[in-house]
Write a protein that binds this ligand. Sequence first.
Ligand code: FAD
Length: 420
Amino acid sequence: MNEAATPQNRHTVVIIGAGTAGVSVAAALRRSLPRLDIAVVEPSREHYYQPAWTLVGGGQYALEKTRRDVAGLLPESVRLIAAEVVSFAPDDNEIILNDGSRLHYQFLVVAAGIQLNWAAIEGLPETLGKNGVSSNYRSDLAPYTWECIQNLKAGTAVFTQPDTPIKCAGAPQKALYLAADYLRRQGRKADLRFYTAAGAMFGVPFYSRALDQVMAGYEATPVFSHKLLAVDGAARTATFETGSGEEKRQEVVRFDFLHVVPPQSAPDFIRNSVLADAAGWLEVDKSSLQHTRHANIFGLGDCTSTPNSKTAAAVKSQVPVVVGNVLSALQGGGNVLEYDGYAACPLTTSAGKVLLAEFCYGGAVSPSLPLDPRVPRRLYWWLKKRLLPYFYWNVLIRGKTLKQTHKQRSFPDTLPSIQP
Ligand code: FAD
């Protein structure tokens, strides 16, 4: 341990990040142990409810309703340190901040989210927010997505998905569906194309087949195994790479509107640290969420190695596990709770209906209600637009827990009728 450590720079629990996961864990720990000494390190003054950005980009939600001040979200007795973590010294139980100071912890919770690598696409940073190029993955750009969709009279609209893990893997196609629905209501016809580096519409085949039907219903074209390499905003062209080995080739596509989802990775300070796995993610056990080499470090949310879909819904299921296991460890006990890989993706198939994909590790279909989840429903639109934001601000990040209701269920192979 660093001998210079004073009570100001040592805490029983230090949490990195005041996003969905960090604030929720801080609040839940505070509820369980009101006198626990907790500090949260966060460089940003703002906290966003990111799941609503898709709705903002579809003209269905006000951006301002997605934003709050970080300071006002954390329980009063939790110390907020406005700094960025730059590296770890796990053998000393310390993290190093961007001003060079060190912070000592007894337990560390890493909840630093995912890094958006915009510059990995040549020409993209220069043209984002103009020339018909947008992304719902940046709050300030989501309103521009809606502006572009409204201005689209005909022509070609291209929506992309990268070849890396991303947060909310359904969000790239949700942008297409909301655009398609708007154009349909306006009686306009555009050439809608979904260029994805993946080989299917969704990682879970059960849902992917249903989403093929949604695409067909809009006469939209899925283009698989295509990775975006470069964007020329002024020329309105996007260059994709497809094929492998000798067959590898580039395709240049003209667009009138381009919605880009950038490649993503663990934040650099995790990727370049001793806590990372070979792919750069914080290496935690997929059930206990405890670091595989340092027993006093836990991780959750988008920055970890757990093979679940990176969503706020996953965070909801991970928070009680991390909190339960940290509380047990504080008393000298072992891990007491396990995460089952639950994630949910509310696919906004139109402005009015949602196909709610819920699943656990291994793609196990695990809906909360005993209804065929491949059917887009008005009930789930209400859940997405009204109930989930309420739940987020008043339950999850307030550290309250709701009973988990999802459960593995089986459904017939035959697809039900799917009307987006
Ligand atoms: P975040 O909430 O991103 O928080 C990470 C925090 O760590 C940030 O505050 C950041 O500033 C901080 N941080 C980063 N680096 C450092 C550092 N060096 N030091 C200190 N702090 C640091 N999820 C759903 O469940 N349903 C949806 O429908 C859905 N739709 C989405 C649509 C879009 C367009 C997007 C962008 C996301 C969507 N998500 C959805 C995903 C969801 O928002 C994330 O999975 C969730 O916010 C992850 O929480 P987190 O705490 O891991 O990361």
